[in-house]
Design a protein around this ligand. Sequence first.
Ligand code: ADP
Ligand code: ASP
Ligand code: MG
Length: 296
Amino acid sequence: MKTSPTHVLKFGGSSLQTTDLIRQAAELVSARTNNTRPVVVVSAIDGVTDQLIALADGNFENTDSPPPQITQLKQQHLEYFDTLISADHPNRPLLNDLFTELEAITKDQIFRKNNRYAWRDQLLSIGERASALIFASLLSHWDIPAHAREAQHFIKTDSSFGRAQVDLDTTRNLIQQAVSSADGIPVITGFIGSNDDKQITTLGRSGSDYTAGLVASALDAERLEIWTDVNGVLTADPKWVPGAESIQQLSFADISELSAHGANVIHPQTIRPLQNTDTAVVVKNSHNPVHPGTLI
Ligand code: ADP
Ligand code: ASP
Ligand code: MG
């Protein structure tokens, strides 16, 4: 029996900004179920990691009421859930629990004092864990079997919190096991892993791209699609160079060079696990999905 090729679709925060964009991303995944096996990797919703960083690095009063940033983040995520899915869906309490966990971590002064960096990474993990839950719940709401998969269970790293180095061999095996045992579409949290003590670590800013590269490599994916907010890789950052043009095709060497020199449309480590493989990497614009983007 011929098995369907695996397509890994990674949605950055900029592709998950609004409920309309999340719905569109889920529709792209749904359309892929006919003749391929889609695997999803998500970042936190746009701006959420920045807000969590501000929360972790800020001075907050140790009062009984939750810091206002938590209340606001919780409200935003629950509103997205209720708009996209329904307030009665069985996963909604799990989303609520993530914000209860966020509040508990924030208040855990002993954890914070003992290992500030481990504490911070656990706090940051809430962003991806919440978006994966919303995304998987939306697919299952549409009767497409899907499950959120928290990557701390299969991406193993050292203890360099904030920029953890991945143990590639162990991670490769664990990804294969985790995904083969998953029924339905796995919706994997980008950005996070865990160390040998099962403490959550993070892979560095924009690390979800790297997660997607690791997943695509472990699964021998036919395609890795990085969905973002620009027409693929451009000749320069369009935020600074408004006339920057989309590059149709780039070699692995070119993209390594570009991303190492600050083209942060794609995390420099993303394609490293995919060198010398047949996986096609495509950078696409979810704000303009008809544009062909860049093929690497
Ligand atoms: P995402 O949320 O999808 O991960 P990012 O903000 O991490 O999005 O990456 C996309 C951004 O990368 C673009 O909005 C753009 O401003 C920036 N960027 C920097 N250099 C480049 C480049 N050479 N080509 C395209 N985008 C670039
Ligand atoms: N959410 C993380 C960040 O903002 C990871 C990512 O987006 O790739 O850096
Ligand atoms: Mg990014």
